[in-house]
Write a protein that binds this ligand. Structure first.
Ligand code: BPY
Ligand code: FES
Ligand code: FE2
Length: 424
């Protein structure tokens, strides 16, 4: 039994028992379902994501100096603020009575946030409860702290490490697809919330035959694509995994000759009914790969000079942040500026929206079947889904932990009576 399946037992079955049922596992995958999952059990259990990994949470440009923002990642409510250029992230949950600080944000000094309820005040840089506004000399001041999430910014994205306080984060490079952090790569993108579990997002992106949904996409003509109706894995080497100790872990579709065959014609009972776009000049992509914790790399895409990197970041059990980026190698500022303009004018509307909008509605249409997790038992996979099975196995074997009921917060409620002024 692998480590993760041990920790899976521990975190799913153990948590409630140990804590005398104090933690509700409502919304998590039922033990009775997990028992019947034959491949990738830890992955199926990770409805709220894999713990102890780096996740992109937003674009750096979305958070101006001095600005704060509430986020939810893997079911954890988080408060981020940019202070003197650096983004800090703390748990958005007051130690006193558990309320979200963000329900009414009150920052009286640059590096602190004061709970709107009874004045508990926390520093952003170390989470320490450093004062209680309106009270003097409490013994808890200086003795308690909120969880502080490690944060790094790279390629214009803000990455947050969602994990245990005593887990030393590995380098970011272990949790992003290879090449993403390359010096010359300039990255642009967008993020949106999709009403589907993060695994439904990941599997849609990596699914070799899902390109059937893209057959009428505006991008085909715009980018002069030769886009098959499907990609058919052939040999026994159609997929390969990359699991070095000193790098990211992922699964590749091997597009080598004789491994994955593009299918351009759809035949139903002998009758040819549909043709894929065969005559485009751009035969892309050449490789597609899926990486822990939840990132896809499509290379090159949508044209030979670009690569798409996208993440399906768990928000909670039913939603993910679909964070899409395109990267281009640029030798200088002028090339970067040109890419920036082309991204805004062309790739944003035609690729990240036009093309990938198909993926968004496909995921949202898939979600109900898997919502109560019975779909993991009822689904009928077929040969080309082999790469998805490999991904489930790899993730189960190599993820650093599973998000469990005791880790998550109740969803925030909007203020019912927002009548007083927000002073911050
Ligand atoms: C491209 C693809 C994709 C995605 C984002 C970008 C893609 C996959 C296979 C063939 C062509 C494009 O999520 O699935
Ligand atoms: Fe935050 Fe009381 S709930 S100070
Ligand atoms: Fe797609």
């Amino acid at each position: 039994m692998s480590d993760i399946s041990v920790s899976l037992k521990h975190s799913i079955a153990g948590a409630n028992a140990r804590q005398g049922g104090a933690v509700s596992s409502a919304g998590f995958v039922d033990e009775s379902i997990l028992e019947r999952v034959r491949v990738g059990r830890a992955y199926v259990a990770a409805k709220y994501g894999f713990r102890n990994h780096w996740y992109p949470a937003l674009f750096g440009a979305e958070l101006a100096e001095g600005e704060a923002r509430a986020l939810t990642l893997l079911g954890e409510n988080i408060l981020v603020k940019r202070i003197d250029g650096a983004v800090h992230a703390i748990r958005d949950r007051c130690l006193h009575r558990g309320v979200p600080l963000s329900t009414q944000l009150e920052c009286y000094t640059r590096n602190t946030v004061t709970c709107w309820y009874h004045g508990f005040t926390y520093r952003f840089d170390d989470g320490v409860l450093c004062a209680i506004a309106g009270t003097k000399d409490s013994a808890v001041v200086g003795r308690k702290k909120l969880h502080v999430y490690p944060v790094v910014e790279a390629k214009g994205l803000v990455f947050v490490f969602v994990g245990d306080a005593d887990f030393t984060p590995p380098p970011l490079a272990h949790d992003v697809p290879p090449g993403f952090l390359d010096d010359e790569l300039v990255v642009r993108g967008k993020a949106r919330t999709v009403a589907a579990n993060w695994r439904i997002g990941a599997e849609n992106g990596f699914d070799s035959t899902h390109i059937f949904i893209h057959k009428h996409s505006v991008l085909i003509e715009d980018a002069d694509l030769a886009l098959p109706l499907g990609l058919q894995p052939q040999g026994r080497h159609a997929f390969k995994t990359s699991v070095s100790d000193d790098g990211p872990k992922g699964v590749f579709d091997n597009f080598g000759p004789g491994e994955v065959m593009p299918v351009f014609t759809a035949t139903i009972e002998g009758e040819e009914v549909l043709h894929g776009a065969m005559h485009g000049g751009n035969r892309v992509p050449q490789d597609i790969s899926m990486w822990l914790p939840c990132a896809l790399r499509v290379r090159p895409w949508p044209v030979p000079e670009l690569t798409q990197f996208e993440w399906y970041v768990p928000i909670d059990g039913e939603q993910h942040l679909y964070l899409q980026t395109l990267g281009k190698r640029c030798a200088n500022e002028a090339e970067a500026a040109e890419f920036d303009a082309e991204f805004q004018r062309r790739w944003l509307p035609k690729a990240l929206d036009g093309f990938n909008d198909d993926d968004v509605w496909a995921r949202e249409a898939t979600q109900p079947f898997y919502a109560d997790d019975s779909g993991w038992l009822k689904e009928q996979l077929f040969e080309p889904d082999g790469n998805i099975v490999e991904w489930r196995k790899l993730a189960s074997a190599h993820a650093r932990g599973i998000q469990a009921p005791q880790h998550i917060d109740a969803p925030r409620r909007p203020r019912a009576h927002p009548s007083t002024e927000n002073p911050s």
